[in-house]
Design a binder for this molecule. Structure first.
Ligand code: MCN
Ligand code: CUM
Length: 784
């Protein structure tokens, strides 16, 4: 791959942040060590559901080196035993009345070091009275199910919400008049984002200044600051949230965890900085899970494969507290984008959310707010229909994909897709894989008893939340600020509200400014992850950084350029209208030698040069960007697998991914994002499952049980691209950070089931581990 060393704008460029990462000079929360810092650790519940009869902390308190033992009872006196979640529910910071999932936080020890804190945990005596457990979402609404959230007054069941979208009546009518109707139960199992770095925080409360500084693993520093301000009753300017380098977030660092709150309480109680850093087991069992959607899909079509309608019923397992993060209006996130990339007459969905005795969280893991579940559902249903109609799945898709002339397109559930050329993307993927040849090879192999499968998925995502009139989280509108300052020597600082977790923002956002102003990206410093130094905004998730803050960056740079034009006109003594812009300089129309570079203009803007009346001088600007719509990236994926039905072993042989995210700022970074997401897809499709036994014991509490894909399971990715710019985004870019995680699981699962088609297998649920594949071939239900 060729890399343009430092392009003056868009292009392949090595990531600026890698200079420190490859030298081991990253600065993560666990690298933060403050003078006198203490260490906190949690005692966690061994039970998934139990009454707390008593807690005795006296022995732990007596252990030398222990500075504080905090229980739910202590927090109750501070009115901090419960905290708000991002979905207007409440979550126990420390359990008071009872524990509601295994490994829930019960007590917090603060000690001189981590080892003493852990030793002290052993000395805390808790008497539990075990209660019956709801480990299966399908049992949650049974009349005799134990009520998990009896802390909520008058709550007599485990129901959280019912939510619908689309036109149910019209959909029912289309189903009633359709020649073919097929239905399938489809599970998107509970999985976990599992970044390399677990979650943690260092809190430092300064009693003299009253200022609270929190270093934490957060994807949304400003949103967290506001939540802390509301919970603690402190003004925002007395709270500083610093998110240093983050070792991957994938959505798991959007919410606020009890550990962050306890580090703060610990610091207030002891008067010292307190660090809390969880281990892998704690991370896997107690931080935000993803998916856990039990779906029943129905698809209506004509006999010749014209898809007419989709109907979906979902049972959504939200765990013990409803901690899912999504815009307020949408309790199921953006699931109602499930009509995908197809031209349908009607669609409707009903989602019911329930409490179970499992860890809270939800929507995390490169999900674009539940679009992962939606894309998986529709792409699986299309293959189920192809199975019944005995049609080629590529042909069926081509027949039903939206056509380029239909954009902007409003879906039956109300989304307005901004732009797309879907058939072109799918045809490119089919050409790249040599589709017809592959089908011939597959037939030939089968004649020799070898099972090969070709799986297709086509996805449309909506990313870049979002228009303020539709979208907020906890009442905070989803617009983001940006500030750009060009210093006298022409070097610039860009301040952003979004927060990189590995996506390369220090590089790509500098490239946007470079593209707009012609300053080298090496001369542009991107500042983020510190609420004292950056403008307000809602942070990074839902692949919103490019659609929202990328747009803000282009706009703020254009504002600076407008100012630069006036300064240049004063320098050249011509009217601003007589100037023409060419990347990096203004010149007089028709006289290119009469020019001033952006660097010369920057110096002049700070000099004694006389500027027109009302022009303030200096070269800086601020903006707040409220996106008019989401951006709608899309892609066509084809996966080729070899399956051994005797052992259930699946080998992914090839994976072709054609992505369209509009204009690419840094194609190398985009490809890196896609590579990571494709690996995620293989992980979820073939390996990953957060399983629980009937007592609610976690069966995937280490990376020995919860498997992450490695290069061994991944083929050499084959990437293609088309470019359909977003018409409403200032640089035509769409988000891409989650595309491959959204699009790839269906391609892998469809490939495995395509291989098993000759054995009569129409559907099997993820993860398609060897035992689950083998079971599917035996006609037995897959255990989940
Ligand atoms: N980009 C580009 N051209 C485009 C679109 C994006 O060059 N047309 C670049 C961007 O400038 C940015 C990167 O690609 O450097 C991803 O951009 P974007 O799609 O805007 O996504 P975000 O930056 O908002 O990242 C969030 C997204 C999410 S929600 C998850 S989850 C996820 C993902 O990013 N988590 C990640 N990718 C990840 N990658 C890493 N390494 N670590 C994570 O935790
Ligand atoms: Cu839903 S995972 Mo990302 O949006 O941070």
């Amino acid at each position: 791959m060729t890399v343009t060393e430092t392009p003056m704008g868009f292009g392949r460029m090595h990531r600026k942040e890698d200079a420190r990462f490859v030298r081991g000079k990253g600065n993560y929360v666990d690298d933060v060590n403050l003078p006198g810092m203490l260490h906190g650790s949690f005692l966690r519940s061994p039970y998934a559901h139990a009454k707390i009869v008593s807690i005795d902390t006296s022995a732990a308190e007596a252990l030398p080196g222990v500075k504080a033992v905090i229980t739910g009872a202590v927090l109750e006196t501070l009115k901090l035993a419960w905290m708000p979640t991002l979905s207007y529910d409440t979550q126990a910071v420390l359990a008071t009345d009872k524990v509601r999932f295994q490994n829930q936080e019960v007590a917090f020890v603060v000690a001189e070091n981590h080892y003493i804190a852990r030793d002290a945990l052993e000395l805390i005596e808790v008497e539990y009275e075990p209660l019956p457990v709801v480990a299966d979402a399908k049992q949650a609404l049974a009349p005799d199910a134990p009520v998990i959230r009896d802390d909520k007054e008058g709550k007599t069941d485990n129901h959280i919400f019912d939510w619908s979208a689309g036109d149910a009546e019209k959909t029912d009518a289309v189903f009633a008049s359709s020649e073919v109707v097929v239905s399938e139960d489809i599970l998107y199992p509970r999985v976990h984002p599992s970044p390399l770095e677990t979650c943690g925080a260092v809190a430092d409360f300064d009693k003299v200044s009253g200022k609270l500084t929190i270093y934490s693993t957060t994807q949304a520093p400003h949103a967290h600051r506001t939540v802390y301000a509301l919970v603690a009753g402190l003004p925002e300017h007395k709270i500083r949230v610093i998110s240093p380098d983050i070792g991957g977030g994938f959505g798991g660092k959007v919410g606020i965890y009890p550990g962050y709150v306890l580090a703060i309480v610990g610091s207030i109680v002891t008067g010292k900085p307190v660090k809390w850093m969880e281990d892998r087991n704690e991370h896997l069992t107690a931080t935000a899970f993803a998916r856990d959607y039990h779906m029943r899909g129905e698809i209506a079509a004509t006999k010749d494969g014209r898809i007419r309608a989709l109907r979906v019923k979902v049972l959504a397992d939200h765990g013990a507290f409803n901690g899912t993060a999504q815009p307020t209006k949408f309790p199921a996130g953006f699931f109602h984008i499930f009509t995908g990339s197809y031209d349908l007459e009607a669609a409707s969905c009903d989602v019911t959310g329930v409490y179970t005795n499992k860890a809270p969280g939800g929507v995390a893991y490169a999900c674009s707010f539940r679009i992962t579940e939606a894309a998986y559902l529709v792409e699986r249903m299309i293959d189920v229909l192809a199975f019944e109609l005995k049609m080629d799945p590529a042909e069926l898709r081509l027949k039903n994909l939206l056509k380029p002339e239909q954009f902007p397109y409003t879906t039956p559930t109300g989304w307005e897709y901004d732009s797309g050329d879907y058939p072109r993307a799918l045809r490119l993927a089919m050409d790249m894989v040599e589709y017809d040849k592959l089908r011939a090879e597959q037939a030939d192999k089968l004649s020799r008893g070898e099972y090969m499968g070709i799986g297709i998925s086509f996805f449309t995502e909506g990313v870049g939340a979002g228009p303020r009139k539709h979208m907020d989280i906890l009442g905070l509108g989803m617009a983001d600020g940006a500030e750009l300052r060009v210093h006298p020597t022409g070097k610039a600082v860009l301040r952003l509200s979004v927060q990189t977790q590995g996506q390369g923002h220090e590089t790509t956002f500098a490239q946007i400014v470079a593209e707009e102003l012609g300053i080298s990206p090496d001369d542009i410093d991107v500042v983020h992850g510190d609420t004292d130094q950056t403008p307000f905004g809602l942070g990074t998730y839902g692949s919103r950084s490019t659609p929202v803050s990328g747009a803000a960056t282009a706009i703020v740079a254009r504002k600076v350029r407008d100012r630069a034009r006036i300064v240049a006109s004063a320098m050249l003594e011509v009217s601003p209208d007589d100037l023409e812009w060419e990347k990096g300089k203004f010149f007089v129309k028709g006289d290119p030698d009469q020019a001033k570079t952006i660097q010369e203009i920057a110096m002049a803007a700070h000099s004694s040069l006389e500027l027109p009346e009302g022009v303030e001088g200096h070269l800086d600007a601020t903006t707040v960007y409220n996106p008019p719509n989401l951006t709608y990236p899309f892609g066509a994926y084809i996966c080729v697998v070899d399956v051994d039905p005797a052992t259930g072993q699946v080998k992914v042989r090839r994976f072709i991914a054609v992505d369209d995210c509009g204009v690419r700022i840094n194609p190398m970074i985009v490809e890196g994002q896609v590579h990571g997401g494709l690996a995620d897809g293989i992980g979820m499709a073939l390996m990953q499952l957060m399983a629980f036994d009937e007592d609610g014991n976690h069966l995937g509490a280490s990376l020995m049980d919860y498997l992450l894909p490695t290069s061994l399971e991944c083929p050499s990715w084959e990437l293609g691209e088309t470019v359909t710019p977003s018409p409403h985004h200032p640089i035509g870019a769409k988000g891409v950070g989650e595309s491959a995680t959204v699009g790839s699981p269906a391609a892998v699962v469809n490939a495995v089931l395509d291989a098993l088609k000759p054995l009569g297998v129409r559907h099997a649920d993820m993860p398609l581990t060897p035992s689950n594949v083998w079971r599917a071939t035996q006609g037995r239900p897959i255990r989940t």
